[in-house]
Design a protein around this ligand. Structure first.
Ligand code: C2E
Ligand code: CA
Ligand code: CA
Length: 528
């Protein structure tokens, strides 16, 4: 356990001392120091009785046990105040009968501001709960959570909802407050501000957790951090939850046992995203996409043997937008199918133009999982191959390791179909996704593309070097070729060449460029 966490749990417990054989106190937790002062390193004289009256604690039961402390035998002394003479307040706010937690779905449904009069969502997270679980055991942890939930519920108004979420989180949905008949207008206006109302509730939650919880005769202390998001009619419950979570992270970062409001502008982000999506929908029609081609080299000979087609979006108002931004968006909203189809048409047409010019090169096209699994995918490829009269081996399909796994049982059928069409398949971004090696063995693919993240640290980083070597060997042993992406300098190139990597691409050889820019990399042969 992390020493800081251990210290925290000790602070939460009852007064506790570790006394060495010579009677010197080797350790005292915070509550023991409160009672006895700075006692560590001093001798403590406690009568050997099983109950004692300790000033500041009252009548206490003394438990002694032998422990190993810093390699030596020592005595662990725990003082537990006996209920009838407590000098500290006992658990307060005993749960009202009838106050119950609601299921999470109910709480989330209530966040729909149009249907319900909810004003704010609080995510309450117990600080360092895992430490309590680890030290006091899961049973105590569970009982504690049960009691915390009930105490939260009883400290709030009957119209507010409390729900347990995940292991140690609670959701609190605040409802709009009806003003009392005697409330002044100014007070009413102030109260109606959901921020003021939510702050007041958050204070109340922090306060209601101050008193210890009693579990199996022991007192356990908890503290909580909270993130608050105000409900907005334009935000759906899941987004509101996200906002409250992000506020919770901030509260934790700022030192825990506090609450924070979500201050970002998810609404603005959401409307910007919608605007971008709308522009993306029009981009195809407006002809704003083009393809950039990056050279692929055979490392041993340094000969350029092919290119990878990479999509670019140049819009008049936004300028150039990275595919790393708009491809995932297109994958989410389904636009990837028409956009991906445009990429195939355009790259096949370019491959045909190069072929007609006598350039012998392979054009690799990236394909997303939605395209790969589309019922017309193979048919469409056949049409394009026929239309452009491309000989086998002129185009290649790249599909990521993750997409292959997502395609599941369909994968083998589609890969067999691609092979029948004479199209080679590369597994892209290999090493960053999740695939099983036994699955890889049965895949009909021709090339493994080692992800650039393992090339970056070469040649110095031994871990990267081991992974690169392993992937290259794996590819060759499974009868595939190997290709390393993202080669940016001569040292990386040399290292990969020595590791036996067959092909490579990266800024060191050439950035993705317009067709005319990459043509100079290729020896021209007589047109056919
Ligand atoms: P990817 O398929 O892994 O493509 C390689 C990316 O690495 C490209 O980024 C390329 O420009 C970049 N790159 C190449 N050499 C270097 C280098 O030496 N150093 C560094 N730092 N980067 C290098 P790009 O063009 O921004 O594409 C990003 C991703 O977008 C691609 O990753 C691919 O997943 C996706 N993508 C691009 N075009 C298409 C497409 O037509 N269809 C689909 N489905 N996805 C595409
Ligand atoms: Ca790729
Ligand atoms: Ca890649």
């Amino acid at each position: 356990m992390n020493p800081a966490d251990f210290h925290n749990i000790l602070a939460m417990l009852e007064p506790l001392l570790v006394v060495r054989c010579d009677g010197v106190v080797s350790f005292a937790n915070e509550r023991a120091v409160e009672l006895f002062g700075p006692i560590e390193g001093r001798e403590l004289e406690l009568p050997n009785d099983s109950t004692l009256v300790v000033p500041g604690l009252g009548r206490a039961q003394v438990t002694r046990s032998v422990v190993s402390w810093q390699g030596e035998e020592a005595e662990l002394v725990v003082l537990r105040s006996l209920p009838e003479q407590r000098s500290r307040p006992g658990p307060r706010g005993a749960p009202e009968p009838g106050r119950r937690l609601v299921p999470m779905e109910t709480a989330l449904r209530a966040l729909d501001a149009r249907a319900h009069k909810s004003t704010a969502l609080l995510v309450v997270d117990l600080d360092r709960f895992h430490v309590i679980n680890a030290v006091l055991g899961y049973r105590t942890g569970d009982e504690l959570l049960r009691q915390v939930g009930l105490r939260l519920a009883s400290s709030l108004r009957a119209t507010d909802l409390v729900s347990r979420r995940g292991e140690d989180e609670f959701l609190v949905v605040l409802s709009a407050r009806d003003p009392g008949p005697t409330e002044k207008e100014s007070e009413r206006r102030r109260r109606r501000d959901p921020r003021v109302e939510a702050s007041a509730v958050a204070e109340r939650v922090l306060e209601c957790l101050v008193a210890p919880f009693e579990i199996d005769g022991s007192e356990v202390y908890v503290q909580a951090s909270m993130g608050i998001a105000l409900v907005h009619p334009e935000l759906d419950p899941q987004l509101t939850l996200k906002c409250a979570e992000s506020a919770l992270y901030r509260a934790k970062e700022l030192g825990r046992t506090r609450f924070e409001f979500y201050t970002g502008d998810l609404l603005r982000e959401k409307s910007e995203r919608l605007a971008l999506e709308n522009r993306l929908r029009q981009a195809l029609r407006r002809g704003e996409f083009f393809l950039a081609y990056q050279p692929i080299l055979e490392l041993e000979s340094r000969r350029t043997v092919g290119v990878e087609a990479l999509i670019r979006w140049q819009s008049p108002d936004r300028g150039l937008t990275s595919p790393a931004l708009f491809i995932p968006m297109a994958e989410e909203n389904g636009l990837i199918v028409p956009i991906g189809d445009w990429v195939l048409q355009e790259s096949f047409a370019q491959a045909a133009r190069w072929h007609a010019q006598g350039l012998r090169l392979v054009v690799a096209c990236n394909v997303s999982v939605a395209q790969f699994m589309h019922p017309d995918f193979l048919k469409r490829l056949r049409t394009l191959l026929d239309q452009h009269r491309l000989p086998p081996g002129t185009v290649e399909i790249e599909i990521t390791e993750t997409a292959i796994m997502r395609a599941g049982v369909e994968t083998d059928r589609i890969l067999a179909g691609l092979e029948e069409l004479g199209l080679k398949v590369a597994i892209d971004d290999f090493g960053v996704g999740h695939s099983s090696l036994s699955r890889l063995k049965s895949l009909r693919s021709h090339l493994l593309k080692l992800d650039s993240s393992f090339v970056f640290g070469l040649p110095e980083d031994h871990k990267d070097a081991s992974i690169a070597a392993a992937v290259i060997d794996l590819a060759h042993n499974l009868g595939m070729e190997s290709l390393a992406e993202g080669i940016e300098n001569e040292a990386q190139f040399e290292c990969l060449r020595e590791l036996g990597c067959r092909y490579g691409q990266g800024y060191h050889f050439g950035k993705p460029g317009r067709p005319e820019e990459v043509e100079r990399h290729f020896p021209r042969q007589s047109p056919i």
